[in-house]
Design a protein around this ligand. Structure first.
Ligand code: FE2
Ligand code: FE2
Ligand code: FE2
Ligand code: FE2
Length: 399
């Protein structure tokens, strides 16, 4: 059945405000919930945080008092949505458990997006990135076993493998080489714009999370690993945000943000296995339809165009969390040694890459390598979850 968010009626804005009781959602069961329900919650939190922050940035550039007031009203609702969504997470998870869940989101969401992306240049950007977050999952899983004495399979539940990807030390590139070419807003497929916003938002959430939680641990190796991977998430945000055409006006960007919120809530409503969580996706979709209508009004007024001219006439097939083990293994065999040069991709360690490597390593092993050695020393072997047989690449790359 086709669904055109521009044709659907939502909840009027003045009916969207919730009281404390309504915001006090029941969290998911930490032991029995579907891991992909947790992934959908984390994704939507990243999307709502981006909705709030984008609206703040827009407001800071907006001289018109009345428009600023309308932005503030919608933004307050986005902030309530963020609370309702993120408070679905149960309080029991440790910072490292949440970290592992964030990296699982990065792997299975980016792999899905890479599989569905029609533009080869954009697809390459997702294929490139997914192998890095896949490696982060492995590094954190080893830290988790070492300092919390638990195994990451309890969290990822055999849906995502845990083993080396492109080794983390190879992710430290000269910042110049993290900037990609943008899609062209006039010719890009609507789904490409949605993909870029989605992955940019979830990577931004991971970046923000590591910025704040990294120093919570006392163990030196934990503190150092969060610094190292936190800096890579900065690279990832640079990589993905540069895919978005900067020629879009603020109103077009707002429109795309609201449309993407409709798309994702609708996707998750269609694929959610937990009925209580599904009810929240459904409620929030009804709110977003009205946000989209309001953004459409602003777009018409200030851009002089109709939303139909830039948005898809119906929602694309739903974003789906599912296992991507075979896809990731294929990428490992073909792209593990790839790096970037300018806005393209190469296989050799070029001069700018080598200089950056020397500068950040300072002649020592990076935390991402030490964490594996340290866990091997404590646990007798490193932690891996290879459900589909031995690692497809085999050789271990070392700095
Ligand atoms: Fe929202
Ligand atoms: Fe990551
Ligand atoms: Fe990342
Ligand atoms: Fe919204």
């Amino acid at each position: 059945m086709t669904f055109n968010p521009l044709q659907e009626r939502g909840i009027p804005l003045d009916k969207q405000l919730r009281n404390w009781r309504e915001l006090n959602v029941t969290p998911i069961d930490p032991d029995h919930a579907d891991p992909y329900t947790r992934c959908r919650i984390i994704t939507m939190n990243g999307i709502e945080v981006e909705a709030v922050m984008f609206s703040h940035h827009l407001a800071r550039h907006c001289p018109d008092l009345e428009i600023k007031q309308q932005l503030a009203r919608v933004r307050y609702i986005e902030a309530q949505q963020q609370k309702a969504v993120n408070w679905l997470l149960p309080g029991l998870a440790s910072v490292l458990e949440t970290t592992i869940a964030y990296e699982q989101v990065a792997v299975d969401l980016t792999a899905w997006v890479a599989r569905m992306e029609p533009d080869p240049y954009l697809q390459q950007a997702y294929q490139f990135g997914v192998l890095e977050d896949f490696d982060h999952l492995y590094r954190y899983a080893n830290l988790y076993e070492m300092i919390e004495h638990r195994k990451a399979e309890k969290i990822v539940d055999n849906l995502t493998e845990v083993m080396p990807g492109r080794p983390t030390f190879m992710h430290h590139r000269n910042p110049i080489d993290n900037v990609r070419e943008p899609y062209d807003r006039s010719s890009a497929a609507p789904i490409s714009k949605l993909h870029a916003l989605t992955i940019m938002s979830t990577e931004q959430q991971t970046m923000n999370f590591y910025m704040n939680v990294g120093p919570i641990y006392m163990e030196p190796i934990a503190r150092q690993l969060y610094q190292e991977i936190g800096l890579i998430e900065e690279e990832h945000v640079t990589h993905y945000e540069s895919l978005v055409d900067p020629g879009e006006s603020w109103w077009e960007m707002l429109l795309n943000h609201e449309y993407n919120e409709c798309y994702l809530y609708h996707s998750f409503m269609e694929t959610e296995t937990d009925p209580k969580v599904r009810a929240i996706w459904e409620l929030h979709l009804a709110m977003e339809l009205e946000h989209l209508r309001l953004a459409g009004e602003l777009f018409k007024r200030f851009d002089g165009r109709d939303p139909e001219q830039v948005l898809a006439p119906e929602l694309p097939p739903p974003v789906t969390f599912e296992s991507n083990k075979g896809y990731v293994r294929d990428l490992l065999t073909t792209q593990v040694d790839v790096t970037t040069l300018g806005t393209g991709y190469v296989r050799e360690a070029h001069e700018r890459f080598t200089r950056m490597q020397q500068a950040v390593m300072g002649g020592e092993q990076p935390p991402s390598e030490r964490v594996i050695d340290d866990n091997r020393a404590v646990s007798g072997r490193e932690y891996r979850l290879e459900t589909e047989g031995p690692h497809p690449v085999g050789v271990r790359l070392t700095p």
